[in-house]
Design a binder for this molecule. Structure first.
Ligand code: DGL
Length: 278
């Protein structure tokens, strides 16, 4: 590791965090980023709290060891199940000068601003839904504006992305079914949060199968990127240590060739990855 290499770490269970990384690169082009996809152990969405916490902490430590001072959990499941414990219990002893941030709060703040009916829908993994992080955070940060939050777990959506089934008839069957179930529970929803960073990769099918018009679909990438920019402005001590050579590097816990081919599709540019063990 080069002594002055301090990229911003971006972590996800697999490919989904690339939807966030892409927007980080657009909004903050001067910074270095180090992406870590735990593709060998994806999906996290159906795993227990303890396991998601353990895997996420391993990933955060790895990114710290590789020079990161700031790590973004570009994964809702990890943000829902591990972020608070890492921030409150681990960081003070592990690395008091380093920071770990998640993706849920910026998304909640944005959705609260744009919803007119005060009825918000959340599409997420089973783990994120079970954690109730979205209803809790929407209640806390929406200033009473959001009156009803309705969640729908979409357990097939991450495997669809990870297994390159995007746009197939089989994939669309599950997308249509889950969207219908969400709106059957509350037809006044006017804002739907894609509460999993994999889901923007399914956006064409999601828009096609929305059962009513006039619904705003909230993708997290741009929102989290704007929030990171704001965070760096407000925390000059962290901003100052982030290196700025416009480099991006990729780590995966699975086969490199497969990761590079898929990541290239999502990023729209050549990707060179390195395989690591967590
Ligand atoms: N991208 C992760 C999220 O935002 C997917 C979780 C999973 O691996 O199931 O929740």
């Amino acid at each position: 590791m080069l002594p002055d290499y301090h990229p911003i770490g971006v972590f996800d269970s697999g490919y989904g965090g690339l939807t966030v990384l892409k927007e980080f690169r657009n909004h903050l082009p001067e910074y270095d980023f180090l992406y870590l996809g735990d593709n060998a152990r994806t999906p996290y969405g159906t795993r227990s709290f303890d396991v998601v916490y353990e895997y996420t902490l391993e990933a955060v430590k790895e990114l710290f060891d590789r020079g990161c001072h700031l790590v973004i959990l570009a994964c809702n499941t990890a943000s829902a199940k591990a972020l608070r414990t890492i921030q409150q219990r681990d960081l003070p002893t592990l690395a008091p000068d380093k920071r770990v941030l998640g993706v849920i709060r910026p998304s909640v703040e944005y959705a609260s601003q744009i919803s007119e009916t005060g009825h918000v829908g959340v599409l997420a993994t089973s783990g994120t839904v079970a954690s109730d992080s979205y209803p809790i955070e929407l209640e806390k940060w929406s200033d009473g504006k959001v009156r009803q939050t309705t969640q729908q777990a979409c357990p097939m959506w991450v495997p669809i992305v990870e297994n390159n089934e995007i746009g197939t008839a089989g994939a669309d069957y599950f997308i249509e079914k889950d969207l219908q179930q969400l709106f059957q529970k509350d037809n006044n929803i006017d804002t739907v949060i894609l509460g999993c960073t994999h889901y923007p990769l399914l956006i064409d099918s999601i828009r096609k199968y929305l059962p009513k018009s006039g619904v705003e679909v909230v993708e997290q990438g741009k929102i989290v990127a704007a929030s990171l920019k704001d965070y760096l402005n407000r925390h000059p001590e962290i901003e100052a240590v982030c290196s700025k050579q416009s480099q991006v590097a990729y780590l995966t816990t699975e086969q490199v060739e497969l990761f590079e081919a898929r990541a290239e599709q999502f990023m729209g540019q050549p990707v060179k990855a390195r395989k690591i063990h967590l």
